[in-house]
Design a protein. Structure first.
Length: 189
């Protein structure tokens, strides 16, 4: 049974910002220029992904009074900011690692599947007047998408610095995913 909820003004404001963030992420990730280097292409696609996580966490922080979720949102901001800086620093080095057309095509095809699923799940996440739960339900597919995109990139020849960063990102994102699921069960309970 699907119950319709009357959304509060605060929830509407939160969601309006969230959907703007999502639309911007979709536009920037899908508009990222592909090149002969999967490493460079991945970085161009992942930076807007990280930026969206930062903006989503900042959006939540305007509204939430849940201290554990505030801590998690601040952690997301710090981790994603650091990740963006690391990726920007390695961008020039990564352009030297070229990939063949077949690998570029395989990478891009899988990226499109993963990102489309992530965008759809984020946009369709169940919404109600519990902003904390809304944020978590929106971030879970975002993080799962980031893990899948990283694993997809790792299937191919990458610059060594990026390979190392992706392995670290996957582990930290898995931990964040567990934390968000734990907080969602507390929020929903």
């Amino acid at each position: 049974m699907n119950r319709q909820y009357e959304l509060s003004c605060v929830t509407k404001a939160y969601l309006s910002s969230f959907y703007d963030i999502l639309d911007c992420m979709i536009e920037e990730m899908t508009g990222a220029k592909s090149c002969q280097s999967i490493s460079q292409t991945f970085i161009a696609q992942m930076i807007p992904h990280h930026e969206a996580a930062i903006k989503a966490a900042e959006n939540l922080l305007k509204y939430t009074t849940c201290i554990p979720l505030q801590d998690t949102a601040n952690g997301i901001i710090a981790d994603m900011t650091c990740g963006i800086e690391e990726m920007k620093e390695m961008l020039c080095k990564c352009e030297k690692c070229k990939n063949c057309e077949r690998d570029l095509c395989l990478y891009e095809r899988q990226f499109e599947k993963i990102s489309r699923r992530m965008f759809d799940r984020m946009g369709c996440a169940c919404t109600d007047n519990c902003l904390n739960a809304n944020f978590i339900r929106q971030m879970i597919p975002h993080i799962e998408g980031g893990i899948c995109m990283s694993k997809n990139a790792l299937r191919f020849c990458l610059c060594p610095e990026l390979r190392e960063l992706l392995c670290e990102m996957i582990e930290s994102q898995k931990q964040l995913l567990c934390e968000l699921k734990r907080l969602l069960s507390m929020t929903a309970g």
